[in-house]
Design a protein around this ligand. Structure first.
Ligand code: NOJ
Length: 731
């Protein structure tokens, strides 16, 4: 009898084991759909294992001063994600091995990092990229970053930042695509596509993260981490559109923001995180909090302790807690107390696991350890960085001084002239100073007779030491043209890098004013991460070149523009105020009650340089704007075209921007709204017909407070440059 029982027992046991085996095979089997694998794996996980998947710790030495966190030595082998500060894949592989081979279920870790404008091959900051008006090129650059990052052990970047930013004092203005919602949407999408490609299992791509959801750039007074006042109408019409576009383009994750949105923090905001993102837009990926943003709900006065912070963030829709351990410490307890439901935990974990399957991490958890020389700075990639830098440069002013004439004696002066590190800009990942070509070196390479090039630093970026002025003056006097390279240190923009003024430090302005006394032509070359207040110095310059922070190819790109090898084609994606006191100033402001009054008494009310401003070495003649139908119904497309001829003496690219306006509507709408743009290279003497399609539903509608598009009959205007055509929507 005992024998029979034991046989039956072994049979039951065996069939259980077999079933378990079968179950295990299910989620490990790449032939099965991702959704089936997710639910199979989920069914095998304990609550504690699930909670760990919702946490992100760090690995390696943190190189961002603002992310003050502990470097932890004991990483749980079933942690969801790590921020990977190292660039050596072997450290990743070691930690991954523990997760995959030693943890109970073998769930691979997701490694994230801030790859913002390049990993090692650093290309221009995002604000500059937007001035290129070339999304295809931005996409290319992002795919270079993806290749380098993935080869170094990074699966996921915290980029793009698509926060519509209109206050240059805010240091993070450098990280986004400027002041316009549509531009942020288009460049955000380009960047998502560049990072993610069509297939995340392809180890040339990485997952992207739209950030900082949402309204972070509305931080008051240009300060960082502070409150923001965002009306529902601005939320829907200004801040959300780039996110909606990014979600539609397939961005797999988003990062919740530090700011509050009119009183409810972005990281505890059920309306934006769940109602809009998960319910209305049906996003299937996950939301990671910003660094410490869960815990910071306490400082924001929304949670009494870490437990309440975890509860609020999680129930609002933040699936992963970046570094602050509120979820590790409290989520399981909150489930046991019934404050958080198991369904919500399962939904959150599914979202994280889904991405791990999509990235192919279960099949391919390790990074091939190839030498750095094969991973970074491939010549084709450097060319893309240079090309983007060239297209991002904006020629702000030119009194027939540029391009430089042959055999001109040039004095290169200023703290930025030989600087390499500051050309990298903020968030320069693993970019290195030695990879950068300085403006001085770029010019030296371009000018055949290098003896024509004189140099003096003149002064430092800040401080009051004018001892270098005399040498700068002496050098300037020997030259025909002064190339004065001024700007901002890389630390002056980025996170926690607000400034009270957009002006350059006094010492830099003083140097320029001193040099102007020589009567020599001054070409001001600016490298910076925000618009600069130029009112005291603009008149003294014969030409102004806005180079932004162009990355490793800075010197080559600037030299090519100065010498005319490249014809500048960049146009501003952000307004340059006349003075900091004009902030907020942006082109798409709402209509004023008295358009001709309400001006400043002490200064001009117009900006120094408008959104869209940018000169070329050639001239373009615009033909008459042609509109297919000036009366239309809501379902009819409107075709717009305009002929542009290159009438100058040089080949060049032109950007055409199409704006709309709705003069009378339920809401007071902006005076102008960008809806389309295109950039084309036109040889001298040639012409190009730019064509655009306006869809009333997407291009003419405005959102109400609940995000319903409002399309009202009546007049609209279509605008290209100074042309304006009235169109009418009829029933
Ligand atoms: C804080 C920043 O706000 C965010 O942009 C960044 O991605 C995270 N830290 C991670 O470094």
């Amino acid at each position: 009898m005992n024998k029979i029982l034991s046989v039956i027992f072994s049979f039951v046991l065996l069939s259980c084991v077999n079933q378990n085996d079968k179950k295990e095979i299910l989620y490990k089997n790449p032939q099965i759909s991702v959704e089936k694998r997710v639910s199979d794996l989920l069914s095998k996980m304990t609550l504690e294992e699930k909670v760990l998947q919702l946490n992100q710790y760090t690995l390696g030495t943190n190189n961002n001063v603002n992310n003050i966190g502990e470097i932890i030595d004991k990483i749980p082998d079933n942690i969801g994600s790590l921020i990977y500060f190292d660039s050596d894949p072997s450290l990743r592989n070691k930690v991954q091995k523990k997760a995959v081979e030693e943890s109970r279920l073998g769930i691979p870790i997701l490694f994230g990092y801030d790859v913002i404008h390049g990993y090692r091959t650093i290309y221009p900051i995002s604000l500059a990229q937007a001035c290129s008006w070339n999304p295809d090129l931005v996409k290319k650059a992002c795919s270079v970053a993806a290749v380098e990052a993935r080869a170094s052990g990074v699966d996921w970047t915290f980029s793009p930042m698509i926060d519509v930013a209109r206050d240059g004092r805010w240091g993070r203005v450098a990280e986004g695509y400027g002041e316009d919602p549509y531009a942020n949407a288009v460049f955000g999408v380009a960047s998502v596509k560049g990072y993610q490609g069509d297939d995340l299992t392809d180890t040339k791509h990485i997952a992207s993260c739209l950030k900082h959801y949402v309204g972070y750039s509305a931080s008051e007074a240009g300060m960082d981490y502070v409150y923001s006042e965002v009306s529902r109408q601005s939320l829907w019409n200004v801040y959300l559109p780039p996110y909606e576009a990014g979600v539609k383009a397939g961005a797999v994750t988003l990062m919740s923001s530090f700011n509050d949105i009119s009183g409810i923090p972005g990281s505890a905001n059920h309306y934006t995180l769940t109602k809009i993102l998960k319910e209305k837009w049906q996003h299937k990926g996950f939301v990671v909090s910003d660094w410490g943003a869960v815990k910071q709900l306490r400082s924001q006065g929304c949670a009494a302790d870490n437990k309440e912070a975890a509860l609020k963030a999680f129930n609002a829709g933040v699936e992963m807690d970046m570094v602050d351990r509120c979820y590790t410490d409290h989520l399981a307890e909150l489930v046991k107390e019934g404050a958080v439901t198991m369904d919500k935990i399962d939904d959150a974990v599914s979202r994280v696991l889904r991405l791990k399957f999509q990235l192919g991490l279960f099949e391919n958890p390790y990074t091939e350890e190839i030498p750095e020389t094969e991973r970074y700075l491939q010549s084709e990639d450097i060319s893309i960085a240079q090309w983007l830098a060239e297209e991002s440069i904006v020629l702000l002013k030119n009194d027939e001084t540029l391009p430089l004439k042959k055999n001109t004696k040039i004095a290169v002066i200023g703290p930025m002239a030989k600087s390499r590190v500051h050309q990298l800009g903020s968030w320069s990942a693993h970019g290195k100073e030695e990879d950068v070509i300085s403006i001085y070196d770029g010019l030296k390479e371009n000018l055949s007779v290098s003896s024509n090039l004189l140099y003096a630093m003149g002064c430092d970026f800040e401080g009051d030491d004018k001892s270098g002025f005399a040498e700068a003056l002496a050098v300037a006097k020997k030259a025909n043209v002064i190339i004065l390279c001024l700007g901002e240190k890389k630390e002056w923009s980025g996170e926690n890098a607000s400034r009270s003024t957009l002006a350059l430090p006094q010492i830099q302005e003083d140097l320029l004013l001193k040099l102007s006394k020589t009567g020599k032509k001054i070409v001001l070359v600016l490298s910076n991460g925000r618009p600069i207040e130029l009112c005291r110095i603009e008149n003294e310059c014969s030409a102004i070149v806005e180079a932004w922070q162009p990355g490793i190819a800075a010197g080559k790109a600037v030299a090519n523009v100065l010498t005319g090898i490249v014809n500048p084609s960049g146009k501003l994606a952000i307004t340059f105020p006349y003075s900091t006191g004009q902030i907020p100033i942006y082109y798409n402001r709402r209509q004023s009650a008295r358009p001709n009054q309400g001006k400043y008494q002490d200064i001009q009310s117009e900006p120094m340089y408008e959104f869209g401003h940018g000169l070329s070495y050639t001239s373009f003649k615009y033909g008459e704007m042609k509109v297919s139908n000036t009366e239309f119904t809501s379902d009819e497309l409107i075709h717009v075209e305009i002929d542009v001829q290159n009438t100058g003496n040089m080949d060049g690219a032109e950007v055409v921007q199409l704006f709309i306006s709705d003069p009378v509507c339920t809401y007071s709408r902006p005076v102008k709204e960008l809806k389309k743009f295109d950039k084309k290279f036109i040889k001298k003497g040639d012409r190009h017909v730019f064509q655009f399609e306006i869809n009333p539903h997407t291009d003419l509608a405005y959102y109400d407070e609940e995000g319903n598009p409002l399309l009202e009959e009546g007049d609209f205007y279509l605008m290209i440059k100074d042309q304006k055509v009235k169109i009418k929507m009829i029933r």
